[in-house]
Design a protein. Structure first.
Length: 204
């Protein structure tokens, strides 16, 4: 059972390290507000991804067919990422970074939304679980599934906490870091949306 936990934690940790919409949102929130707000986004995103993994385990084939065959859904997700990217890219950083007062949970919604609409999560875990089934003794039933999901949650939180720590350090040394992360995050979101639209149009 411990192997299930470590497999889930390792796969999720490593897959979170490349720059993507979730870790960049965590970095942007930490820079624009403070590390506690960044952690709110991180925990919310980790919970969503854990749920997504459970859904893939239970309904992998149905999800695969839906994602690859439903052009309307894919077009909607691609458009959401384009609009989010443009909004973030052109948004000005707040003044007085890190001192704004926000009710607890205000950033949790951000983490939930960004993780929920991330188009890469379901395809990644469908492929990852298939590979793990072939090359490991992973058990995704009963207690084994719970240990695996716990590993996914811990791995995601640890990886995103690293982005929180790095952004908190960067914030203290670069005045323009928030604007830079806004532009990088906006560009990544726009690129994801464009790539999704290119793939959709190529299939028409």
């Amino acid at each position: 059972m411990l192997s299930n936990f470590f497999v889930g934690a390792t796969v999720c940790f490593v897959s979170t390290l490349p720059f993507g919409p979730i870790n960049l949102t965590v970095a942007r929130t930490t820079l624009a507000k403070n590390h506690w707000r960044g952690l709110e986004v991180a925990v919310a995103a980790a919970l969503v991804e854990t749920l997504q993994v459970w859904i893939v385990v239970r309904f992998g084939l149905l999800i695969s067919d839906f994602l690859f065959n439903n052009l309307i859904f894919r077009a909607l997700v691609a458009s959401i990422f384009l609009l989010l990217g443009l909004f973030v890219f052109y948004r000005r950083p707040s003044s007085g970074l890190g001192h704004e007062e926000h009710a607890f949970g205000s950033e949790i919604r951000t983490g939930l939304v960004v993780a929920a609409v991330n188009p890469q999560a379901f395809p990644f875990w469908i492929v990852a679980l298939a590979a793990l089934a072939d090359y490991t003794s992973l058990v995704v039933e009963g207690p084994g599934l719970l240990h695996f999901l716990a590993g996914v949650l811990v791995g995601k939180v640890l990886a995103l906490s690293g982005f929180v720590a790095a952004s908190h350090y960067l914030k203290a040394h670069l005045d323009e870091s928030s604007r830079l992360v806004n532009h990088v995050l906006g560009a990544v979101l726009i690129l994801i949306g464009l790539l999704q639209w290119i793939r959709i149009l190529s299939e028409l």
